[in-house]
Each structure stands twice: as structure tokens, then as C-alpha cells.
Design a protein around this ligand. Structure first.
Ligand SMILES: [Ca+2]
Length: 167
């Protein structure tokens, strides 16, 4: 493993537990407007590499997350053309398209409303949260959409299971 990444891990692991929790992650990730990443974004990010739901990740999970974060940051920066630290609705639509999602203008507007900061636009931690949740639920949807028609029939309990798994 990259020694630089190991020393970064040790710097983030403030309580020396050998694992990174959302609070520790939050301390080192800076969002668009100079504030920290939202707690929710950090929790979602940890959850990606925490199969046992322990609430924290080890060195290996951290290394995988690090690669993901850099990928998201790259995508975000590509579409943040004026480098304001925020992307607008049109840019979000293009960013989603670059990741293979084709969303209607109405749905992109919903994402802006849900993850954005009003007139400022969508900050990077909101963008990452949206990416994680969309990816997660798309996976769940595709498993049921066996004919790739873009439509599924779902039972009440399957629906609840899908939603609660994403929380
Ligand atoms: Ca720790």
C-alpha cells in the first residue's frame, strides 16, 4: 500500500482506533464554501466500504474510498466550469450523463433541490451524496428490472427493504 496513503490514514485516525469513522473523515474533507463536508455525506461515504455496518472503515476501505473520492472530485471539477465550487442544474445534468445516467430536467431539478444549496447551486459533498444514493438505488432497481425496460413491479416489503437498505 502507498506509504503516503498510510500516513494520511494515520493522520485522519485521530483516536488511533485503526479505523476511520464519519466524524474523523469529516475533519479532513473540505466542501465548496470552505466548510466541512456534511455529516450525512461522510456517513454515506463510510457506508460504501463498511459491509459489516460497523460505522467505520479500515485501512483497505479507506484506500478504496480515497480512489472514489478523487474520481468524484474529478467529475465535479470538470463540470464546474467557472470553478465556483458549485455546479448548476445544466452542469449536474451533464455530469450525470457522463456517468451513464439519463435524467429528465424535472428529476435533475429535484436533485438540485434535495442536495443543493439554493441559489448557490450544488456543492461537492451534495454531489457525492447524490451519486452514492443514485448508484445504490439504481443497482437495486436493475436487479428487479430483469428485462431492462426501465419499469419494475415491486411488492410493499421489497420496496421497504430497498429504501431501508439505502438509509
Ligand atoms: Ca478512528
Amino acid at each position: 500500500m502507498d506509504p503516503q496513503l498510510i500516513s494520511f490514514f494515520n493522520a485522519v485516525d485521530v483516536d488511533r482506533s485503526g479505523r476511520i469513522n464519519p466524524t474523523e473523515l469529516q475533519q479532513v474533507l473540505q466542501s465548496s464554501n470552505g466548510r466541512k463536508f456534511s455529516e450525512n455525506a461522510c456517513r454515506l461515504m463510510i457506508g460504501l466500504f463498511d459491509p459489516g455496518n460497523s460505522g467505520s472503515i479500515d485501512m483497505q476501505g479507506f484506500s478504496a474510498l480515497y480512489a472514489y473520492v478523487n474520481q468524484w472530485l474529478g467529475t465535479f471539477k470538470n463540470f464546474d466550469r467557472n470553478s465556483s465550487g458549485f455546479i448548476d442544474e445544466g452542469e449536474l445534468s451533464q455530469a450525470m450523463g457522463s456517468m451513464g445516467y439519463r435524467f429528465s430536467p424535472g428529476f435533475v431539478a429535484f436533485l438540485m433541490h434535495k442536495f443543493g444549496e439554493g441559489q448557490f447551486g450544488l456543492p461537492v459533498d451534495g454531489f457525492i451524496s447524490a451519486c452514492i444514493l443514485i448508484h445504490k438505488f439504481t443497482d437495486g432497481f436493475r436487479k428487479k428490472d430483469t428485462s431492462s425496460s426501465g419499469m419494475i413491479q415491486i411488492s410493499y416489503e421489497d420496496f421497504l427493504q430497498m429504501v431501508l437498505t439505502g438509509c
